[in-house]
Design a protein around this ligand. Structure first.
Ligand code: ADP
Length: 394
């Protein structure tokens, strides 16, 4: 039986799901956390609720992957390594080159490495994992599935910043976006739920997790998205600031006595957003259970930025058929969805409180009379990755 593994590698973690294809059945999944640190955590879930967990030092991704393969055989999840015929790797930056998922041979791998300039924390770790796969599973087809690919259809009018175009031409300074695999999956599902060909639909997809982004999907193509050159732009996120005036960087660096711009960017990436605003937490659940005014204000700001992006994308597409909520907050946060939609009644959006009273189910959550449908669609990036591998196997 042909099996495909979907891999999401971070600098210190490795998340994976093993599929039987083309049936799309998940037979095992797991995560290795704290790679390179002590007491790494190695978990496999399989069968009917069975769980295997070990805590021990795992020095690097190669050791993690070897351990994973050994355990897959030891737990009888696979009989031999040869069964894994495909590996799909999530890659953060694909630049303008990777317009869709691609087989990663040595030449493509070189490009992934070169694109590390656009995602220094991610691409090198992802390239490293692909190298390990090439070594330990030489018969397996490696496929790169890029966060940016879905957004390569954006027109210049939306991907260009209003700066000298030479900076784009010479250095690639433009908007690339992120979360593309998720936006692609939920927009395709949304068109199916609307019962219409995707080419005839205008959909706004809201991927609201720790990292959050909104995309305008016109006729099945991303035409604009809230993240920018990097995933720091756009909405207020768990710890990321989202959009701010760049002049503030210089001003704050002076006030904080910072001399290295990296320290400033680090503050915007790691100490801002909901965490910075509330002083309580980056996690929605903590903010919702807090009685601090700062937590309430952080929630209001989050909802406000989401509404403003939705509003601007309604204008960008000159209409909208459906708004989709997905990811941790989008799928689970009943109050936040209500807050957001209740501020959008002006163009005919109405939430049905009973339908909205749900976590993680795929369903319509707007009223029958709502001019714009509001949909809750749990995302499935891993499935999308496995499907892309399957398509390239042929
Ligand atoms: P990422 O994958 O970007 O790390 P997730 O998609 O897992 O993030 O989303 C994490 C966010 O989802 C957190 O802010 C968390 O509080 C929120 N979340 C998860 N479950 C719930 C819930 N039941 N109610 C409200 N928010 C939730």
């Amino acid at each position: 039986m042909s099996k495909t593994i979907a891999i999401n590698a971070g600098s210190s973690s490795l998340k994976w799901q093993l599929y039987v294809m083309p049936e799309e059945t998940v037979i095992a999944q797991g995560i290795v956390e704290r790679i390179g640190l002590n007491d790494s955590i190695f978990t496999i879930k399989h069968g009917e609720g069975q769980k295997y967990e070990v805590i021990k030092d795992i020095e690097n991704h190669e050791i993690a992957i070897n351990m994973l393969l050994e355990q897959l055989t030891a737990l009888n999840i696979i009989d031999s390594f040869e069964e894994i015929t495909g590996a799909g790797h999530r890659i953060v930056a694909g630049g303008e080159h990777f317009k869709e998922s691609a087989i990663i041979d040595d030449e493509a791998l070189k490009l992934v490495d070169e694109l590390a300039e656009f995602a220094p924390l991610h691409n090198p770790a992802e390239a490293q994992v692909i190298r390990v796969f090439q070594k330990v599973l030489p018969h397996t087809l490696n496929v790169g599935v890029f966060d940016t690919s879905f957004h390569t259809t954006m027109p210049a009018v939306n991907y260009l910043y209003s700066i000298n175009t030479e900076y784009y031409e010479k250095f690639g300074a433009r908007k690339y976006g992120a979360h593309g695999t998720s936006h692609r999956y939920v927009s395709e599902r949304a068109a199916e739920m609307l019962g219409r060909p995707i080419e005839e639909t205008k959909i706004i997809t809201c991927h609201l997790g720790n990292g959050a982004s909104i995309t305008a999907v016109d006729g099945g193509k991303s035409i604009d998205t809230s993240m920018g050159f990097t995933p720091l732009a756009g909405l207020t996120m768990g710890t990321r600031s989202g959009d701010i005036d760049p002049s503030l960087l210089q001003y704050l660096m002076g006030k904080l006595g910072l001399t290295d711009i990296k320290d400033m960017i680090n503050i915007l990436n790691k100490e801002s957003g909901l965490l910075g605003l509330s002083g309580v937490s980056s996690d929605m659940r903590d903010l919702e259970s807090s009685d601090k005014e700062s937590a309430k204000l952080a929630l209001e700001i989050f909802a406000d930025r989401v509404r403003k992006y939705i509003g601007s994308y309604v204008s960008a597409m000159n209409g909208v058929d459906a708004i989709v909520f997905t990811a941790g907050i989008g799928e689970n946060d009943i109050n936040m969805r209500k807050e957001i939609i209740n501020g959008l009644t002006w163009f005919g959006c109405e939430i049905d409180e009973a339908r909205n009273d749900v976590r993680g189910d795929e369903r319509v959550i707007s009223t029958d009379d709502s001019k714009v449908k509001v949909l809750l669609i749990p995302t499935d990036e891993e499935l999308m990755i496995a499907r892309d591998v399957e398509a390239l196997k042929k």
